[in-house]
Design a protein around this ligand. Sequence first.
Ligand SMILES: [Zn+2]
Length: 222
Amino acid sequence: MLAIAILVGAAVIALRYLPPDWDPREPLDLRAKPGPVTSLKLSLLARRPEACFAAFEASGLTLRRVPDRPSDTSCEVENAVLLPAGIRIMPLDPVVTCRMAAAWVLFERHALQPASRKHFGVDVTGLRHLGTYNCRNVYHAAAGRRSQHATANAIDLASFILSDGQEIAIPREWNGIEPKKAFLREVRDGACLWFNTVLGPDYNAAHADHLHLDMGPLHTCR
Ligand SMILES: [Zn+2]
């Protein structure tokens, strides 16, 4: 009993003196360099949508909210926004949950653009996607399990357009020539740092032409 009391006391004291970079109670700053608890703060947004909107406000990033859309078929859209991308997204303005939007900001800044600069020396300026919201089940899932797309908690990426005009398309380049092949794998691996689930062509035939990213409860990167 005494040992537990000492541990709890130590934890309370430690929390009080944590530097802001290490304190999960500090609001998530999406513009700051990622720190040791950035991923933890991102995962905590799943249970606290209001903290997600506060993170955007604290970060000085504009969000365009969309009205909640109730559903009696488990396809509700709640706490959703238009994807706040710094690049051109085609089709325009897909609807995603706020926590998908937060993960996107981190992914674009700390995974997508660094991978493009490393392999091509230029930025990504656009991308084509295959959709975010779609009231459907997981492909091939037993017992009709709903996809994360059914609640706008996912996006499927198909190709990336660079500032020099090159377009790196997943179906064509996943097993294509270097450096495009290495770039796509680095984008996949970088996405795994910020999204809970990342599934690409290496996973199965249903993902042969895109990278699926979502913020659902499953943590997997394949
Ligand atoms: Zn998908």
